[in-house]
Write a protein that binds this ligand. Structure first.
Ligand code: ATP
Ligand code: MG
Length: 421
């Protein structure tokens, strides 16, 4: 019996890779223009890192983490998100001493034990960005301008930016108390998780996806009514900057996010095209997180985009892999050897060249050239070997010229696409 992959962990097949690369390349170039440098961190961390940062009473930590003990009895976890590992690395390597403002981005797989469905998987991919060291609402605005610009660059227009503010350690406790009092009156309508944790972590009820909880919390007090003057000013400055830069947004006062570390500005990019998996990107400020993880008291803000969801939104684009430039059809051992030499020369020169490595008939080799969508074909048989000249055919136009089979440079200059030369 053959061995299948793991449920919720997908292969990204060659036919889909062009879209993935397009998303990744666009992110690289947009984030680069906004001054971000890439950081790469491991996919496995000490479990404690996620418990301390994301929060013990979040869905992620309570039931979604892939946690295991290694052979030395250390509790390790496959990263469910990227912010905590990046902050861990930044603290560990004292990056902030080198540059008091850190703008970093990352990209890679994340792991959460969720119920797999369209747009929700157990291994999924995020591209995320973080800025550490700046309090100013200008940075909140810059992050959102960059996100907005990224979506425009990849050509996704069916998204809307929603923002909110979650306050700070000064004003959040007052809001928490008001929310606890509200939930206490409606406990019976909440799901068992929300009932259990409503005193410890009442905000979770607002992020719960169970319909009963959504309904019961419709009239819940909103955090915006409880912001202290500092948070209120910060949020209003963010909105002003966004308006000045013509980034459209709406305020969603119910958005609390699923991770406990958020403070002040939070945001989501929402689509209508992916059912309940409607968040394509999400993030916010996390001003206390770095200190909580044992680092200096520095502010931070960031976001992560779900690459699978981006690719689903782009699926109508139908990007294809680059075409083969030349297919060499060789007949007989000697022709095959000469063809292989030419093939290797072209490949080393950056031209996408391919041949048949067996002894198939000319007809079957040409079928393969067609299937690969080759721009040119070159047929080398016994006659061509003797004449040292072979027909090079333009597969789309059909026109054919004879080329010197020993003049590799000549073949290269004819078949190479303009950008390789
Ligand atoms: P959701 O509300 O859909 O569960 P989330 O709030 O848990 O999302 P975050 O932790 O903020 O998501 O992660 C940022 C982004 O990563 C999400 O907006 C989404 O695009 C993507 N994402 C999160 N979980 C998954 C998953 N299991 N499969 C695919 N993409 C995911
Ligand atoms: Mg989630």
């Amino acid at each position: 019996m053959s061995i299948a992959g793991i449920k919720g962990m997908n292969d990204i097949l060659p036919e889909d890779v062009a879209t993935w690369q397009f998303v990744e390349t666009t992110a690289r170039s947009v984030f680069g223009a906004f001054g971000f440098n890439e950081i790469r961190v491991p996919v496995v961390e000490k479990t404690e890192l996620f418990c301390r940062s994301i929060g013990e009473t979040t869905d992620i930590v309570e039931k979604e983490m892939y946690t295991f003990t290694d052979r030395s009895d250390n509790s390790l976890t496959l990263r469910p998100e990227g912010t905590a590992p990046v902050m861990r690395s930044l603290i560990q390597h004292k990056l902030i001493n080198q540059n008091p403002v850190q703008k970093l981005y990352y990209s890679g797989p994340m792991f959460r034990y969720e119920r797999p469905q369209k747009g929700r998987y157990r291994q999924f991919h995020q591209i995320g960005a973080e800025v550490v060291g700046i309090d100013s609402p200008l940075i909140d605005a810059q992050i959102l301008v960059m996100l907005d610009h990224f979506f425009k660059q990849v050509g996704i227009s069916d998204v809307a930016l929603q923002i909110n503010s979650l306050g700070c350690p000064q004003c959040r406790p007052g809001y928490r108390d008001a929310l606890i009092a509200f939930l206490d009156q409606r406990l019976a309508s909440l799901c068992s998780d929300c009932q259990r944790r409503f005193r410890q972590n009442p905000l979770r009820a607002l992020d719960c996806k169970v319909p009963g909880c959504k309904e019961a919390t419709e009239e819940a007090p909103i955090v915006l009514d409880h912001l202290c003057a500092g948070c209120d000013d910060h949020f209003s400055a963010v909105r002003t900057h966004l308006q000045n830069l013509e980034v459209s947004f709406s305020i969603n006062p119910r958005m609390v996010r699923g991770l406990d570390y958020y403070t002040k500005t939070t945001f989501e990019m929402i689509t209508n095209s992916l059912g309940s998996q409607n968040a394509v990107a999400a993030g916010g400020r996390y001003d206390g997180l770095i200190q909580k993880l044992g680092g200096p008291d520095l502010p931070g803000i960031g976001f992560a985009m779900g690459v699978e969801r981006l690719v689903l939104l782009l699926s109508e684009l139908k990007l294809t892999n680059a075409q083969i430039d030349l297919f060499i059809a060789a007949l007989g051992t000697e022709a095959q050897q000469h063809g292989f030499k030419l093939l290797s020369f072209l490949q080393r020169s950056g031209v996408r060249a391919e041949m048949d490595y067996t002894d198939k008939s000319l007809k079957s080799q040409m079928r393969r050239a067609d299937k690969l969508g080759a721009r040119y074909s070159l047929i080398i048989g016994e006659d061509e070997l003797t004449k040292r000249s072979a027909p090079l055919r333009n597969m789309s136009g059909g026109e054919q010229i004879d080329v010197d089979i020993d003049n590799f440079e000549g073949v290269l200059s004819t078949v190479a696409p303009a950008e390789t030369l």
